[in-house]
Design a protein around this ligand. Structure first.
Ligand SMILES: [Zn+2]
Length: 342
């Protein structure tokens, strides 16, 4: 649906092919900027998971197999503030621990993640550069290349699942990891359990001229984002958008429009992004969910972020992409108080 442009001006042309006609802006496809956690390039190689003997053979190939260490959502990363890359070890350099198959790239290199059994090693093995340190996706995600971003999202998501789902939900027995880390099996009743993904809707609510941004009760002053919430059992995505907005801010919305998705493995969400048009604008906040909410025109939004009165989510988030897509181009600053993520 067309939404009105800022100050009658011309928002920067972007990859989303924002169209400006007579002061009306229509986003005709996609989001402004890439979804930085949805960039994997390697083949996830589901077939290989089913062959334990082939997995062992690939693991034994120290020349063509590489390993990402993962612990508590972080991995060793070389980061100079401009770009970042995963520290990739040979299998012979990796510490003992659970092993997850991540996939195979076009050159035939197979990638595994290893969760060290003895926790985070004090020193990163393998003679890595001095600049390498343990980092997570929120900070390093926007600086990693496509391959590494995809590898790390996969590794972090699998690690988070295994670390919290070690017992059978039927009988309580301790389950065993199998299928290259993509399944757990109960030794008592044979039930199979797969990595969980929890769908969550995240929506930019607008009334044509203004967008609605809000601050959660635990967030510091000035941190704002769009609304979001988990999809409930028996609910469609569109119903979840309408319900969440009504619950959190008391606003009615119509015609949710899907714009894209990306994994958000903190610990296991899949964020599904929408625009939704408000049919009412009076705010009735649920204080358990929302401390503060504001309607902002594009000009007001720009002024607020330039003055650091209002800080937007980081570049890796789909929230940021939704806000900049509605605005029509990049905006400065983020929750970390920097113009560029660290
Ligand atoms: Zn069981």
């Amino acid at each position: 649906m067309p939404v009105r442009g800022a100050r009658g001006g011309t928002p920067r042309e972007t990859a989303s092919r924002t169209v400006v006609e007579d002061g009306l802006v229509e986003v005709t496809e996609g989001l402004v900027g890439p979804l930085l956690l949805a960039r994997g390039t390697i083949d996830r190689s589901a077939a290989l998971r089913q062959h334990p003997e082939r997995l062992e053979k690939v693991w034994a190939d120290d020349e063509r197999t590489r390993v990402v260490l993962v612990a508590d959502g972080r991995a060793p990363i070389g980061n100079d503030g401009e770009s970042a890359e995963l520290v990739l070890l040979r299998p012979s350099q990796a510490p003992a621990g659970d092993r997850y198959l991540l996939g195979v790239d076009e050159q035939g290199v197979t990638y595994f993640a290893v969760r060290p059994a003895d926790g985070v090693p004090g020193e990163i093995p393998g003679g890595v550069p001095d600049r390498a340190r343990w980092e997570g996706l929120r900070r390093a995600g926007s600086l990693l290349g496509d391959r590494d971003a995809g590898l790390l999202v996969n590794a972090v998501a699998l690690e988070a699942w295994h670390s919290t789902h070690q017992h059978c939900p039927r009988c309580g027995a301790r389950t065993e990891m199998t299928a290259g880390g993509h399944m757990r099996v109960c030794p008592q009743d044979g039930s199979q359990h797969f990595p969980r993904v929890d769908p969550a809707v995240i929506m930019l609510v607008h009334d044509g001229d203004r967008c609605l941004l809000a601050r959660g009760p635990q967030w510091p002053q000035g941190r704002f984002s769009v609304l979001a919430g988990f999809v409930e059992p028996g609910e469609s995505l569109e119903q979840a958008v309408i319900r969440e907005v009504a619950e959190e801010v008391g606003v009615s919305v119509t015609a949710p429009r899907y714009l894209g998705s990306q994994p958000w493995p903190f610990p296991r969400s899949l964020m599904l992004g929408f625009f939704a048009r408000a049919t009412s604008t009076e705010l009735r906040l649920d204080p358990a969910e929302i401390a503060e909410a504001r309607w902002l025109s594009r000009a007001e939004l720009r002024e607020a972020v330039e003055g650091e009165e209002l800080m937007l989510p980081g570049q890796v988030s789909i929230a940021r992409r939704l806000i900049e897509t509605w605005y029509g181009g990049p905006l400065p600053g983020d929750w970390f108080g920097t113009t560029r993520p660290e």
